[in-house]
Structures are given as structure tokens and as C-alpha cells.
Design a protein around this ligand. Structure first.
Ligand SMILES: Cc1ncc(COP(=O)(O)O)c(C=O)c1O
Length: 476
């Protein structure tokens, strides 16, 4: 606690500390500068007495607190503000600090290779992962937090209860769905059951091609500046290649490309006739226009087309990737049985189960959250459009893929944004299907974060101009 002159009025000890109020505390960096006189006359004698009375396994702050209490120690604090610092007590701290203080050119890569856990890096604004910032409402999380002790100390339910809970959310029959520890778990189990060639669009969510390997893959390269493809292209390829399954992420990731829902229903029917399974990943479907009307995860559609398998991650649109929740839906009972047999008995944890128990009551808030994403996407797109060296693509999802002007590097931009604005973006260098240019993918966040992104991008322009000028001068 500081007084108005920056003097330490009180140190809050471990026993008084309330984790819920963490944001309101200063944290000591534990670097002190004491005068020789203060050390000799006050600190060392106090320390000596303290060790005799309480032993040496205490924090220095306890002694300093006692000194402050006597008024003998007018200690002044230096607030380090937003400067980076980290206290290293153990190997985990060291691991975090090594990323935090890595050279500028290594930091984006080091963060990306952690695949998440970014709450450890409180300054980082995550534009790389694709999570709605408008859901869940704090009240829903508060309800879950109130039950945390019980949830952590009890086993979660098995699959039958989880599928019942999720069926209420999607208004479908429980026997048509499976719940996964994230969509990724279900994708892995599903693909293990899909033998035979698999058609994928490139670029797409890499987990699908990665899990089957190159010999099983047939690729449809997206075309033109906006990475386009239509139902006719997919169908033509399936007619000639006769794959076991077609994987379609709609809206697609990273392009944001949308195959209009009207084309989808006839595509699934035609594939049914060809005997080709359609694995439709709808993880971003509620962001199309913020309405809940476009999903094919419906009893009637699934019953009509046993070749349809719908996959959805709940992490993105429900804003809870840390809970790990995904759903797989199909009327192919045999396939569901095989996929379920590949899942661990308690694959969904208790906190995620508690979320499923409650979230159906927040339908109106969910719809409004998706509509907010749609509105923010339009604003962000318009602002990105004003940046001359960046070409944002139209998107039906909660992210925007942008191509950089010739001569600029996506890696360079990602480094710049992290260094100058603590903004983490997805550098798409090396992503199959995006080899012909330089691309970054930007998540749609709330208005204030988006404004920070736009501001940081605007400052990149002078940086670009001066780099170009310097290299020109060097040539001359
Ligand atoms: C299209 C798509 N499907 C599935 C996933 C994985 O979702 P989850 O986090 O639920 O495992 C992602 C993650 O980015 C994705 O983009």
C-alpha cells in the first residue's frame, strides 16, 4: 500500500492476500536499495532479532513490515509501470522468463510453440487464437466459480450425461451426438475411423491433413486472391477421385471463406449419392451473420443424410477454449459407436460439464455475443482496408486473413507487433496453400483491442517507409 508520496505505508502479507483482488495489488520485485546507515542501525538488528524469535524461514518483507510499522524505515517504492519484469523462483518461472525476455526475433515463435497458456503473459493481447471476447457473461462464470471446490473434488459424468447436456444446447437428440475434450479430440478419433482417401481444401485447419498424412490426402487448392472455391469444385473432384470423405471447414480457417449454406444442402445430398462422407466443421458457423440459422447440426438434416458428420468446437464462439469442449454429430450410429470407443471414459472435465449444465439458459446472451462479433468484424475490416500495404479478405468468421504487399514479411510484421504493442498475431508463413504470398491472420476482438491493433499497424507504416528509404540509400 503506497501513500500519496510513493512511500510504502504497509506491506500486505501472504496470509492477508486475497487472490480475487490480485489486480489491485502491487507485487514487489524484491530489488531493494538500502543505505549503509539504515542497514547497520535498523535492518540488520531487526533481522537478527527476528531470526532468533521466528527462525530464518520467513520473507524479508515481514521484517520490513515491522520496520515500517515502527516508523523507522521511510521506504519509497519505485513503480515499474508497464516495463517487463519477472520474478524467477523456480524452473517454471525461468521457463516463462525465457519467453518473456527472448530476443525480439524469437519471441513470436516461442509464444506460438506454447499453443496457449497466455494468461502467464498478462501483457500479451492474443489476436492469434480465435475466441469470442463477448461470451460467456460474467454471471455464468461466477456461478461456475461458486461451485469450483465441488467440481474439482468430484468426478465428472460419463459420455451419456454429456451428450444429454449438449443435445439441449443444440436442440437435437442425444443419441446423435458425442461430446469431446475440445473438437480436436473428436477429430482425431473420427479420422482414425476414416480409412481411404480424404479430400481437403488448401489452405484449411491443418489438424485434418496432419492427422491423416500426405499419402491419404487429395487437395483442392483454393483459387484467386480471396482463396475461393465452390460446391461445384468440390463435387467435381469427388466425382473423379472417389474419396472416402470430404473435409469442409465452413466458414474456413484461415481464409474466412464461406460456402453459402444453400449450396451446402445440395452438396451433402450429392455426396450421399456418390457414397462420400462429408465431414463438415462448423466451428465458426454462428459468426456468419450472428443468427443460429445456418447449422446443419439438426435432427432432420442428419437423419436425411447419414453421410454427414458435423464437428463443432465450442471454444471459439462460446469463448471457452480453456474448458475444452467440442461436439460431433451424425445419424450414422455405427460410426458414433466406433468414435466413442476411442474416447477415454471421463473425457470431459467437471468444469466443462458445469458449463454445459448452465449455458443453455444463456441463449439470448449468446446470440447477442455472436452479433457483436459480426459488427466488430465489419468495423475491423473497414479499418484494415484503409491500410495501403495490407489486403484484408472478406470473412464470415471471427478473424480476417490479410495479405501483405510485395516486399513485406509476415514474420517481420508479427515481430514488430509483439515488440511494439504486445500484440500476438498468427504469422501464416509456411502454411500449406499460402506459399505464394505473405499472410497474417487477425482475430476479431472487442473495439478497444481492435483499435490498439489498428494503431499498431499504422505505426508499422513509417517503420516500413524508413526501412525502404534506408535500403534505397544504402544501394545508392
Ligand atoms: C476449424 C477448427 N476446428 C476445430 C478446432 C479445434 O477446436 P478445439 O479447440 O475445440 O479443439 C479449430 C481450432 O482452431 C479449428 O479452427
Amino acid at each position: 500500500v503506497l501513500d500519496e508520496n510513493g512511500r510504502i505505508a504497509r506491506l500486505v502479507g501472504k496470509t492477508e492476500f486475497s487472490p480475487a483482488d490480485r489486480a489491485h495489488y502491487f507485487k514487489t520485485v524484491n530489488i531493494y536499495r538500502f543505505s549503509r546507515r539504515f542497514s547497520r542501525e535498523h535492518l540488520v538488528p531487526h533481522l537478527g532479532r527476528y531470526i532468533i524469535e521466528h527462525g530464518s524461514a520467513a520473507f524479508y518483507e515481514e521484517v520490513l513490515q515491522a520496520l515500517i510499522g515502527t516508523g523507522e524505515a521511510p521506504l519509497t517504492a519505485l513503480d515499474v509501470g508497464h516495463r517487463r519484469w519477472y520474478e524467477i523462483d523456480d524452473a517454471q518461472d525461468l521457463d516463462i522468463a525465457e519467453t518473456l525476455f527472448a530476443p525480439d526475433d524469437e519471441r513470436p515463435g516461442r509464444l506460438a510453440r506454447r499453443f496457449g497458456g497466455y494468461w502467464r503473459f498478462s501483457q500479451v493481447i492474443d489476436f492469434a487464437y480465435l475466441v469470442s471476447p463477448f461470451f460467456p457473461p460474467p454471471r455464468l462464470l461466477d456461478e461456475m466459480a461458486a461451485d469450483l471446490h465441488q467440481l474439482a473434488s468430484g468426478y465428472p459424468s460419463g459420455q451419456d450425461v454429456q451428450r444429454f447436456l449438449i443435445s439441449r444446447l443444440f436442440g437435437c437428440q442425444p443419441r446423435l451426438v458425442l461430446v469431446g475434450n475440445g473438437a480436436s479430440e473428436l477429430i482425431r478419433a473420427l479420422l482414425a475411423e476414416c480409412s481411404g482417401p480424404l479430400v481437403v481444401v488448401r489452405p484449411t485447419f491443418e489438424e485434418y491433413p496432419r492427422l491423416v498424412g500426405p499419402q491419404q490426402l487429395i487437395e483442392l487448392p483454393a483459387r484467386g486472391p480471396n482463396l475461393d472455391y465452390g460446391a461445384a469444385d468440390l463435387l467435381a473432384l469427388c466425382r473423379t477421385a472417389r474419396p472416402a470423405a470430404l473435409v469442409l471447414v465452413n466458414p474456413d480457417n484461415p481464409s474466412g471463406h464461406l460456402l453459402p449454406p444453400s449450396e451446402l444442402t445440395s452438396l451433402v445430398a450429392e455426396l450421399d449419392q456418390l457414397g462420400v462422407r462429408l465431414v463438415l466443421d462448423e466451428s465458426f458457423v454462428d459468426f456468419i451473420d450472428g443468427s443460429m440459422d445456418h447449422t446443419l447440426l439438426r435432427d432432420d438434416v442428419l437423419a436425411r443424410h447419414r453421410n454427414l458428420v458435423v464437428i463443432r468446437s465450442l471454444g471459439k464462439s462460446y469463448g471457452v477454449p480453456g474448458l475444452r469442449l467440442g461436439v460431433l454429430a451424425s445419424a450414422d450410429a455405427e460410426l458414433l459407436r466406433q468414435v466413442e470407443a476411442r474416447l477415454p471414459i471421463w473425457n470431459v472435465n467437471s468444469v466443462a460439464e458445469a458449463f454445459l449444465q448452465r449455458v443453455a439458459a444463456y441463449r439470448a446472451e449468446y446470440e447477442s455475443a455472436c452479433q457483436q462479433v459480426v459488427a466488430e468484424r465489419a468495423c475491423l475490416l473497414a479499418q484494415l482496408d484503409g491500410i495501403p500495404w495490407l489486403r484484408p479478405m472478406p470473412s464470415a468468421a471471427n478473424f480476417i486473413l490479410c495479405e501483405l504487399a510485395a516486399g513485406l514479411s509476415a514474420q517481420g510484421l508479427a515481430r514488430y507487433l509483439l515488440k511494439e504493442a504486445s500484440i500476438l498475431v498468427k504469422d501464416c508463413s509456411g502454411k500449406p496453400g499460402l506459399d505464394a504470398g505473405q499472410f497474417v491472420r487477425l482475430a476479431v476482438r472487442d473495439a478497444s483491442d481492435n483499435a490498439r491493433l489498428i494503431h499498431a499497424l499504422a505505426t508499422f507504416q513509417p517503420a516500413v517507409a524508413s526501412t525502404v528509404a534506408r535500403s534505397q540509400a544504402a544501394r545508392e
